[in-house]
Design a protein around this ligand. Structure first.
Ligand code: XMP
Length: 523
């Protein structure tokens, strides 16, 4: 994508660096996040950014080996915006002063008031009609603070604990703020980014139409006349990748849809129909439910389940890939959050919470090269690209669905009886959510069948049936999540419908756990 204006975000390890990229992408600005320790002078020259943003970060400029930008960032004659630690590092490098604590730490909401100076970087901030009462809410999170600004800088906004909340050196186009404009709690933060990219001369040419054209050209160039296989899960990412690649190379692409018998009600038919009938994409529908369910019989340990499914998935995929005859590429719907190399200050390897099922081991084992046309995109951008490619709206907006499917929504042993009950109950639940117009507000919703039976009474008879858990969460990326606050009316109505319409369930629970401490799926 070299002919787009490019903005470089140097990551100093803030928890919210990804949000900076999102704010910029919303402004149709192409940007990439790179960790500070990978950005040296040579990298900067090769990347040739039109502007640079220094993210926040947990370090202190006083610490030994404190993260620093390369010196050439300041001599590249491009605009720079420093955020929080990014501001401190700018002042530190350019001749200002940073101090530790002394009661000036600020965490959370603060209000910034203007000084006598104005600058277009603050266009839309401090509306004149607010007069002397003008102030803007911002979100602060800092221990250290700037105590003396660098030569050339002036102050444009102050807060009680951050006298240098907004600073700028207009002649060099260096801007630096103590707060985080990328977060929701700085309501006019997006405006500040817009002002910055305008001042930096960005044209806002990062559109999905342009992306589509360029991605197609890139795929053709990479693949030539070779054959490509693509594992389809029916989720948005792999579907969009498949449709895009098909547009680029037509019948050189074959998709493999592995039905492991752990899909939702009607899911296999929906996916197969859409790909065969709407897109006319060659598709192998591998019905391997007997194989998977056979191997999972009697297995109740969540990790054993996941590993069994992962292993079989690779076997099946390999078997069917041979039918395609000489494929040398494997297409994957890898997204940008998966490839961002984030700065880790915690050291050591992170704990494995769950073995996520993916096709990571596959390309090497099969000697395949990867085609990953969505590597630069966030999830919502993939959805926008899906729309651009004409994928049906309900498909584009589908909630994520995990690779191991219903296996991880059926804690304990998996049986065909339980799966059948779960499919029907889940369909009623999702139907309720759609009928109440809540589907698009919720990031992910599903039912899980619990490994216990309880006593109930229906009509005049005793029942002894399974209990069902309902889960619905809001989230941005699945890394953290909040449970969705349904009304009691909704929950009551849904429980009644499920018990009436799905034999085998006589009790329904709603899961009010956020993530952390819970995870989204039950296993
Ligand atoms: P957890 O349960 O880890 O889930 O909080 C976070 C998100 O990831 C999905 N998920 C998976 N997706 N393969 C996938 O493709 C997996 O093995 C897998 N496990 C969980 C889950 O549905 C949620 O959206």
């Amino acid at each position: 994508m070299t002919h787009h204006d490019r903005l470089l975000i140097i990551d100093f390890g803030s928890q919210v660096t990804q949000l900076i990229a999102r704010r910029l992408r919303e402004l149709n600005v192409y940007c990439e996040i790179h960790p500070y320790n990978r950005v040296d002078d040579a990298f900067l020259t090769a990347f040739a950014p039109k502007a640079i943003i220094f993210s926040g970060g947990p370090a202190s400029v006083f610490a030994e080996g404190a993260p620093m930008p390369p010196a050439s960032a300041f001599t590249a004659a491009v605009p720079i915006l420093g955020i929080c630690y990014g501001q401190q590092v700018m002042m530190h490098c350019l001749g200002g002063k940073v101090e530790r604590g002394h009661g000036t730490a600020e965490f959370g909401r603060a209000y910034v008031t203007p000084t006598a100076l104005t600058h277009p970087i603050l266009s839309g901030w401090f509306p004149p009609e607010d007069g002397p009462l003008a102030r803007e809410q911002v979100w602060m999170s800092h221990g250290d603070h700037v105590s003396e600004i660098a030569p050339g800088f002036s102050v444009y906004g102050t807060s009680p604990n951050a006298p240098f909340a907004i600073t700028a050196d207009p002649s060099r186009h260096f801007y630096a703020v103590q707060f985080h404009p990328e977060v929701h709690h700085t309501p006019k933060g997006a405006q500040l980014y817009e002002n910055f990219v305008r001042l930096a001369g960005f044209k806002g040419d990062w559109t999905m139409g342009a992306y589509r054209e360029e991605a197609i050209a890139k795929i053709r160039q990479q693949v030539g006349d070779a054959k490509v296989i693509c594992g389809l899960s029916g989720g948005v990412d792999s579907s969009v990748a498949a449709v895009l690649i098909h547009e680029a190379i037509g019948d050189q692409l074959t998709c493999v849809f592995v039905d492991h018998g752990l899909l939702r009600l009607g899911e296999a038919e929906q996916v197969v129909t859409m790909f065969r009938d709407t897109y006319n994409i060659p598709l192998i529908h591998a019905d391997e439910s007997a194989l998977f369910l056979g191997a999972l019989e009697g297995v109740s340990d969540p990790e054993v389940k996941r590993k069994t499914i992962g292993r079989l998935f690779i076997d099946v995929f390999q078997k069917h890939a041979h039918e395609v005859g000489g494929a040398t590429f494997l297409a994957q719907g890898t997204l940008y959050p998966d490839v961002i190399e984030s700065v880790s200050f915690s050291g050591g390897p992170s704990v494995t919470i769950k073995s996520h099922h993916n096709v990571g081991g596959l390309p090497e084992k099969m000697g395949l090269k990867l085609v990953e046309p969505l590597r630069e995109l966030f999830k919502d951008e993939v959805r926008a690209l899906g729309r651009e490619l004409g994928l049906p709206e309900p498909f584009v907006k589908r909630h994520p669905f995990p690779g191991p499917g219903l296996a991880i929504r059926c804690p304990g042993e998996i049986t065909t009886e339980k799966l059948e009950i779960l499919r029907r109950a889940d369909a009623v639940y999702i139907d309720q959510i759609r009928k109440h117009g809540l589907y698009d507000e919720i990031w992910q919703a599903f039912a899980a069948i619990l490994p216990m039976k309880t006593v109930g009474v229906m009509g005049d008879g005793r029942t002894y049936d399974y209990a069902l858990a309902l889960r619905a969460v809001t989230s941005v990326d699945g890394m953290t999540a909040d449970y969705y606050p349904f009304t009691h009316d909704f929950l009551g109505e849904t429980a009644t419908r499920i018990i009436q319409e799905v034999p085998g369930i006589n009790r329904v629970f709603y899961d009010c756990t956020s993530k952390p401490p819970g995870t989204i799926e039950l296993e």
